[in-house]
Design a protein. Structure first.
Length: 380
């Protein structure tokens, strides 16, 4: 059976038309269940074995596979079903419009394009049997806490390697950043703003905290890495105060600390805690971190792994791509690597289009990704 016997573009358009916004990111989000329902029908139509892996109420990973010559070996291909919200779209984000060699719509490149290509590659082996069992997983919750990938990683099923579908323009990502995110709170004392000396201004205290964190962020820039940019720290949200005529009794910020391979979340947290402790002692600021943090570790680089070598060869043969690279964003690889699975990240589309109000994937990249994925599946 030819890899063109299933229409990859038609499959992608069907998936884009299914709203699957992560419900943790928007109350309007329906989650991934309707995508999983569609994949169940797809597998039945194409005689593929499948199962649902329950993760949390109403949300399940979907897995399908083709047995390999050696049943004890397994290679994982994973792309997520959930998307970010669509609040800024002027047109219909689920129209799956096909125009100028592109498919438009929320999730088209992030990552229903990768998922479609993986499914078509798996479905069209014909009489060819892979060396290892090939599992294609559609995961939940990548856009928030990656609990779907974590459930796969610690399911008890072992994998020799994993290919994570994300929009890399068919270049080969062997390293990427992780993150740790948490809130910091400053407590003050309320008073009438006509007599502010009777209170303690939490916003003023937080301003000193932010300046100290900004200096720390500048120091992080000196920590160079060979494949990814240096670690960063961003104060991304702030809230505080009660009303206009009251000295603010509290103020909170959200901190987004990007980790590079080799850094641990607890190390990043401890560095900030040292800064906060100095402010407590020097400025008498009542400041604390609100934990636990949201942790998304940076996976170890896979540049010396077998899966990277096999993928590089397939990329070069099909698309003239495959240069080893690193990226600043996170993927499901962060959770899979916790189980010791070597991971690469590879897929159609550009990360610059992900999460935008004009998201699209190029159809020529979509077609090439089917061939690349299938070559990896059959030759690993």
């Amino acid at each position: 059976m030819s890899s063109r016997s299933i229409d990859t573009v038609a499959l992608l358009k069907d998936l884009v038309k299914i709203e699957s916004i992560n419900p943790s990111l928007s109350p309007k989000g329906s989650g991934e269940q309707r995508v999983a329902d569609y994949l169940e029908r797809f597998c039945k139509d194409n005689n593929l074995a499948y199962e649902l892996q329950h993760v949390v109420e109403g949300r399940s990973n979907f897995l399908t596979w083709v047995p390999g010559k050696d049943p004890d070996r397994r290679v994982l291909f994973v792309a997520h079903m959930d998307t970010v919200p669509t609040d800024n779209w002027a047109s219909d984000p689920f129209s799956a419009e096909q125009k100028d060699g592109r498919v438009y719509g929320r999730g088209s490149c992030d990552t229903k394009g990768s998922l479609s290509a993986m499914l078509v590659a798996l479905s069209t082996f014909g009489d060819r049997q892979p060396n290892a069992t090939i599992v294609v997983a559609a995961s939940i919750d990548e856009e928030y806490r990656k609990i779907g990938a974590r459930a796969i990683a610690f399911s008890g099923t072992t994998y020799e390697a994993a290919v994570v579908g994300e929009p890399t323009e068919l270049e080969l990502v062997v390293a990427h950043k992780g993150s740790v995110r948490w809130q910091i709170e400053v407590q003050g004392v309320p008073a009438h703003t006509s007599k502010p000396h009777l209170g303690v201004n939490a916003i003023t205290g937080m301003a000193k905290v932010i300046l100290a964190l900004s200096e720390h962020g500048q120091d992080l820039a000196s920590r160079t890495q060979p494949l990814v940019t240096p670690p960063t720290l961003t104060v991304s949200l702030i809230e505080g105060g009660l009303e206009l005529t009251t000295v603010p009794p509290s103020c909170r910020i959200w901190v987004d600390r990007r980790l590079v391979p080799g850094e641990r979340p607890d190390q990043a947290l401890q560095e900030v805690e040292s800064i906060l402790q100095a402010l407590r002692e020097r400025e008498s600021i009542n400041v604390r971190s609100l934990l636990p943090a949201l942790e998304d570790p940076a996976p170890n680089s896979s540049e010396t792994s077998k899966i990277a070598a096999v993928a590089a060869r397939a990329c070069a043969e099909v698309a003239g791509t495959g240069t080893y690279t690193g990226v600043p964003y996170g993927t499901d690889a962060s959770q899979l690597s916790l189980a010791g699975i070597p991971c690469i990240v590879l897929g159609p589309g550009s990360i610059d289009r992900a999460h935008t109000d004009n998201e699209y994937v190029e159809m020529d990249q979509l077609a090439n990704s089917v061939e690349i994925y299938q070559r990896i599946m059959l030759s690993y």
